[in-house]
Design a protein around this ligand. Sequence first.
Ligand SMILES: [Zn+2]
Length: 339
Amino acid sequence: MKMNSQVAPNALFRKLVQPLIGLCFMGLASNASALTVTVSIPPLAGIIAPLLGPGDELNVLLKPGLSPHGFQLRPSHVKLLQDSDLVITVGTPVDGWIEKPLQLVNKVPIAMAQMANVERLALRQGGLWENKHLHSDEPQHSESDSDEHEVDHHHEKAIESTHLDGHIWMSQHNAKQMVLVVSQQLQTKLPEQKKVIQQRTVDWLAQLDKTDQRIVAQLAKVQSEPFLVLHDAFQYFEHHYGLNGVGSIRFNPELAPSLKRVHELRERIKSGQVACLFKEPQFPERRVMSVVSGLDVKLGSLDPMGTSYALDKPFMAYDAFLQALANQFSSCLTSSKVH
Ligand SMILES: [Zn+2]
């Protein structure tokens, strides 16, 4: 499998040469022996990559280091969508930026949110979980430019209207459902490879189960430890492993917290009710530093895209992604404080 962030020279080669090959072998075999698959965000690539063969091409639209919140597609991305045999999306406001371009090229994606038996959790509210009701009394302040701001605002509104936590790829139940659905699609599109795709599917699901069992044992020791996150992106993971998240710095991670909010969080930390605070690599460190400076609390880092754990790669395999998150949780929540 070729992993690309842009259209590979190979794709151009195939476009020019494949019709000729197709002509030569017409009637002998199906003319598609490899597929171009495009996903919106890195974790989706990490979920389906093990199903693909060496000739298939996998594109990830969101580049490493970026957050899907506030992202927008460029014309080159639209062309890539047009040329894809299969497009895979989350289907919640998190990658809502892909919807219009997909309509433009008349493509229907495999959207995780649309699959049968998808695990859905409501947004957390109350306590230190910042929600929509807290926003009205906060000054709107952001380092991002006005365009991003607008998209962001849209993102918030859409989540509010559904009350769904849109980070549904963080549920490994949903990831496994996605493996099954994509496997079925690949078998339909490449019938001559049906057997090998089925074998890859079985192997991959077994590997995910093994990783899950290992993490259950690893995180059992830190289940009661309270922690804060930068934004509420990890609920499905926390839910599955019974972790004790007590709040987020911001509902919308693109915006800096207000002074009032910072004060509220600092008071909670001072009272000793927070063992660890997790920053996110896609957002400025000062978001977190303003909350913890001078206080006795450990710092960890959680990456909902996984790319900061796999430098120089466009995505991280989903089992390694889960393990990297588990390692962050267990090292920051293990009780001995390091200062
Ligand atoms: Zn998010």
